[in-house]
Design a protein around this ligand. Structure first.
Ligand SMILES: N[C@@H](CCC(=O)N[C@@H](CS)C(=O)NCC(=O)O)C(=O)O
Length: 215
């Protein structure tokens, strides 16, 4: 089989890149990553060359091109059904996909006000309207999923659902958005997962600064 190559943005900042990267890495799918940094004020022209949307992540697999974080995860799940990217049980899988679609299409107040930033110190900021509504909905998702599965991850063992929420784990931590014990325990499970630690270690080596993502 051809090699899977995942083109991603800066590991420090690129939340959409983290999602499929972590899903694949955390579920043992072998792939190579190529970082194309956003270190140009008007965007990196290299990203437009490799991606039909001019955005990352994008996956190359032989002649196949897959873009959009969730589509990449679905493609990997089709290729490697034994990897457990999604929960086995059909109801749990439907729930996981519903939560992931909420993540993909929603929580804009939180995403806009509180950019992912792996190296940032922990420091609260003034929050615009809507951010705490997003936080409340995410905490409901986490609480319901963990009550159903028993944890430590949303569906018991690590899955794509955890990968889709991993950038939010970083945001909750660095902007001090929660003190809820269930959320903190879940965040700790994600942050100490070897795949997340691997991403974090690489992010901390990066030196690019993107001013608009430094809240
Ligand atoms: N919906 C897309 C979002 C992709 C996206 O917005 N990627 C950002 C990085 S996190 C990007 O490529 N930005 C480059 C640019 O805007 O120049 C996905 O889920 O993959």
């Amino acid at each position: 089989m051809s090699e899977l190559v995942l083109y991603i943005g800066n590991k420090n900042y690129s939340s959409w890149s983290l999602r499929p990267w972590l899903a694949l890495e955390g579920c043992g799918v072998l792939f190579k990553d190529v970082v194309i940094p956003f270190d140009f004020p008007a965007g990196n022209p290299e990203i437009r060359k490799i991606s039909p949307t001019g955005r990352v992540p994008v996956l190359y697999h032989g002649e196949v091109r897959v873009w959009e974080s969730l589509a990449i995860i679905e493609y990997a799940a089709d290729l490697f059904p034994q990897a457990g990217l999604w929960p086995q049980d059909i109801e749990a899988r439907a729930l996981a996909r519903s939560y992931c679609m909420e993540m993909l299409s929603g929580f804009r107040s939180l995403r806009n006000a509180c950019p992912m930033n792996i190296r940032r110190e922990i420091r609260a900021i003034d929050l615009p309207d809507g951010v705490m509504d997003d936080v409340a909905r995410i905490e409901t998702i986490w609480r319901d999923a963990i009550a159903r599965s028993g944890g430590p991850f949303l569906f018991g063992r690590f899955s794509a659902a955890d990968a889709m929420f991993a950038p939010v784990v970083n945001r909750f931590e660095i902007y001090e958005l929660t003190s809820d014990p269930t959320s903190l325990a879940y965040m700790s499970a994600v942050k100490t997962h070897p795949a997340f630690q691997k991403w974090q270690a690489a992010a901390l080596q990066e030196t690019w600064i993107v001013p608009e993502d430094e809240a």
